[in-house]
Every structure is written in C-alpha cells, then in structure tokens.
Design a binder for this molecule. Structure first.
Ligand code: SAM
Ligand code: SF4
Length: 321
C-alpha cells in the first residue's frame, strides 16, 4: 500500500485493549476512565481477518499494543495466530512488563519477534508515583524473565519526562551496559494527558550520557520497526536510542497505520483522522474492508502538526502509542 506521498505502508500498530493495570500520569487519568465494552473491542477472529486482509496488501510487521496488551486473556494466542499469517514477517509487543514474568515463556513459544518494555525509572518510589499503582520489582522480574527465556530484540522504553534526573537517565541507560538490550528515550508527546507535561530533549539526554560515559557514536543500522535513531557507547552491550517525534521529525519515512482496540483506523498518531472498521470487519467482506482502508491511507497527512494544533483528544492508552 502506498499513500499519496509515495510512502509504503507495511507496518500496523494494533491495540488489543484499552484497559491497563497501571495508570501512568502522562497516559491515563487516575480515575474516571470509561472503558470499551467487550462487544466493542475487536474479537480474536476480527483481528485475524483484519491482519490477513492487510497482509494481502503488503503489511509485513505488526506491533501489539494497548492499553496493556497482557491484560487481555487471548493476547498470546493472537500473537501465535498472527505469526502464522502468510506475509507477516514480524510480530512484536509493547508492554508495561507487569505480567511479563508470567507470559515470557509462552510469548517465546508463540514466536514473538521482539518486546518493548516501558520502564520510566529504576527508583521504586518514583516508579510508583509515575504509574500510580505499579511495583518496580514486578516489572524488573518481567524484564529478567524476558532475558532468561531468550525473547529476541528486547528494548526498554523510557518516556523522557522533564523530571527525569541525570542520575535516573544514567541508571536506565546502564541496563544496556549490563545486558544485550537497547534503551530508548521517547520524547514526551502532547497527546491526551501528555499535553500538560514537560519533557527532556534528545540533546539534553545525550549531553548527560556523554559527560558520564564518553561520546555517543551514531549507529546507522536500523534496529526493529521504528523511527528511533541509535547510538553506541563504549563498553555498552546494547545501543541507546531516541524517538523524537517533535525534535527530530521522522514523518517523511512514516510506514505505519494504527488500529485502536475498537477498530478505529488512524493514519497519524497526532490526528483523529481515520475511519471506523468494526462494521466492515463484521461483514467478512475483504474488498469492502480494504476499500475503506485504502481510501483512508490516501488521506494520510504528510506530517504531524503537534506544535500547530490540537489533534486526537483520546488518551494515549486509547490509541496505543
Ligand atoms: N501499556 C503498554 C506500555 O506501556 O508499553 C503499551 C501501551 S503504551 C500507550 C505505549 C507507549 O506509549 C509506552 O511506551 C508509553 O510510555 C508511551 N506513552 C504514553 N503516553 C505518552 C506520551 N504522552 N508521550 C510519549 N509516549 C507516551
Ligand atoms: Fe498503561 Fe502503558 Fe499507558 Fe502506562 S503507558 S498507563 S502502562 S497504557
């Protein structure tokens, strides 16, 4: 599939639930969330039908997201089934890690191609403040389980909050010194609750890391699906990455669409622009479904407009990141 700017779309971020077992301050309100009803969420068979249809039109990579995907009971079977679809080359997962220790072995057996684990700090009290209800040791057991069972392509994602201290940045970066995993700092995006938060720039974080560990050397090879730019540090086993949608706009290389848990197609993270797919999915009519998707892709904007106007009013947990 190509959009009107000639970009090839071969990557889908698929949210399988809007529910979560954490309440990160920049992502979800503490109380008062109105969750989708079970009947509104895409079912196992609707997801399969959707990804089969997309694979026939060139989609090769799927990222399972949420809410928290491991709160959905059939996430592992979904991953296994997506891996079996002709044309799908990579199925990866992004998780808060809370239930990862329990599922790591099953995810490995299902053929998962990579896992991103979101950890914003290694300081337990700060972790609890950010996630409101989370316990850091549980997430670290998830990370250790992922390493122990040999899940491939493990990445730790850290949202670059303004409050992140130099010490906290270094401690997280050191995860990539100790183990063969990559640590990525994600620029805080003004979506939902993120709009009211301050962030740290890639340059600020790079300066802190350079002062502590020496010069960062650009690593040109692409690692995984994403728009991250990576750097090597002396004696680090893994790389340090940055995903900076505002500071280092990567829209020109955008290769993705997003599907929310209730089947809303988004062609840009920022905009509330796509179309509702649930009804077409329920007809079981592939050409009707793909007509809708292909037409939405033609409307994909050239770039985000985070700094110029407000876009999607949903919380990030309702979009999938
Ligand atoms: N619950 C899973 C997790 O936390 O990895 C998957 C869903 S979560 C919405 C996906 C990613 O979006 C997480 O890495 C999270 O930190 C990130 N995120 C949420 N709100 C954000 C914001 N306003 N700016 C940047 N990243 C954000
Ligand atoms: Fe949940 Fe992930 Fe949002 Fe945190 S970032 S509240 S873990 S969906």
């Amino acid at each position: 599939m190509k959009d009107s700017f000639g970009r090839t779309i071969d990557y889908v971020r698929l949210s399988v639930t809007d529910r979560c077992d954490l309440r990160c301050t920049y992502c979800m309100p503490e109380t008062g969330m109105c969750f989708l009803k079970k009947a509104e969420v895409l079912s196992f068979s609707e997801i399969l039908f959707l990804i089969e249809s997309l694979a026939e039109h060139g989609v090769r990579k799927v990222k399972i997201t949420g809410g928290e995907p491991l709160t959905r009971k059939d996430t592992v079977p979904i991953i296994k089934a997506l891996k079996a679809i002709k044309g799908i080359e990579k199925v990866t997962l992004t998780t808060n890690g809370v239930q990862l220790a329990r599922y790591a072995q099953e995810l490995k057996a299902a053929g998962l191609d990579g896992v991103n684990i979101s950890i914003d700090t290694l300081e337990p009290k700060e972790f609890r403040q950010i996630t409101r209800v989370g316990a850091l040791p549980q997430v670290l057991s998830g990370l250790n389980a992922a390493l122990a069972v040999g899940l491939p392509n493990i990445k730790v994602n850290t949202v670059a909050r303004g409050e992140l201290s130099a010490e906290a940045i270094c401690r997280i970066a050191e995860l990539a010194q100790e183990d063969a995993l990559h640590v990525r700092f994600i620029e805080l995006m003004p979506i939902g609750l993120g709009s009211g938060c301050s962030g740290k720039s890639q340059e600020e974080i790079m300066a802190i890391l350079t002062e502590r560990y020496g010069a960062l050397t650009a690593f040109e090879q692409r690692l995984g699906n994403g728009p991250a730019n990576y750097y090597s540090l002396p004696d680090f086993k893994g790389k340090i990455g940055f995903i900076s949608a505002l500071g280092h706009c990567f829209c020109a290389e955008c290769d993705r669409i997003r599907i929310t848990a209730d089947g809303s197609l988004k062609t840009c993270l920022h905009m509330d622009d796509g179309c509702e797919l649930k009804a077409a999915l329920q007809t079981g009519n592939k050409s009707l479904l793909m007509k809708q998707i292909l037409s939405a892709i033609q409307q994909k904007p050239e770039k985000h407009h985070f700094l110029e106007k407000q876009g999607d009013k949903r919380f990030m947990s309702q979009i999938g990141g």
